[in-house]
Design a protein around this ligand. Structure first.
Ligand code: SAH
Length: 213
């Protein structure tokens, strides 16, 4: 597993592309610059790693487009030491970006094959999430709640209530909501019972699946 100067150069260009597309958060851009995205994809696809596109990984899933990862992470407003729950571990790329930013990360994946693969892979790169969990993300992670932020990386047909309930006051849920096209939606918990909702345009994700097969 290598991260060469060539890869690093390609990553710098990707960061420039993301800036042009409107990403301004320096800490997010630094994290994208630091994580070797090509190692999260099967070898042979290295050429695809640093273009701003989603790409297939195992189990019919995708590694999210870099712009999408950057935008969602920016909207989450992560601070060093924040306790973050991710729904949809997938390749672990988003997890790694959050870890680079100093977050304490819990991440849930419902595909066993991907869960096992990513669980083995992340530590090899020195990325240590607090916990990777093989479970259904619709329920969140009650045992570790409340969280400073929750990020959903698959398209949710509706907003799961447990995810809102597991936010700290001041915490944010960043979730793409919709069936075929998703609206990036941010809920901020303003007190025990109140949430503020903001919308940030259309995105396309693989679906957040409701039933385990
Ligand atoms: N964050 C990932 C994106 C992966 S795509 C990355 O950076 O690569 C979305 C992921 O959500 C897939 O791995 C899919 O298996 C997972 N997923 C779908 N439904 C889920 C559910 N109900 N609970 C947890 N994970 C789910």
């Amino acid at each position: 597993m290598k991260d060469t100067f060539t890869h690093q150069g390609m990553r710098k260009r990707l960061v420039e592309t993301l800036k042009k597309k409107g990403i301004t958060d320096k800490v997010v851009l630094q994290a994208i610059n630091a994580v070797p995205r090509h190692l999260f994809m099967d070898s042979g696809f290295v050429d695809h790693a640093y273009v701003d596109k989603a790409f297939p990984i195992a189990a019919d899933q995708t590694i999210s487009q870099p712009y999408t990862v950057a935008r969602q992470t920016e909207l989450l407003e992560v601070k060093r030491g924040d306790k973050i729950l991710e729904i949809g571990t997938g390749s672990g790329y988003q997890t790694a970006v959050l870890l680079e930013m100093g977050a304490v990360v819990y991440s849930i994946e419902r595909q066993n094959e991907l869960f096992k693969k990513t669980n083995r892979f992340l530590p090899k790169l020195g990325y240590r999430p607090k916990k990777l969990i093989f479970a259904d993300g619709y329920a969140g992670l009650e045992s570790e709640a409340p969280f400073d932020g929750i990020i959903v990386t698959a398209g949710a047909p509706f907003v799961p209530k447990p995810l809102l309930a597991q936010l700290k006051v001041g915490g944010k849920l960043v979730i793409p909501v919709g069936e075929h096209v998703q609206i990036m939606t941010v809920f901020t918990r303003t007190d025990d019972t109140e949430f503020e909702k903001e919308e940030y345009g259309e995105f396309r994700f693989v679906p957040l699946l409701e039933d385990k097969e």
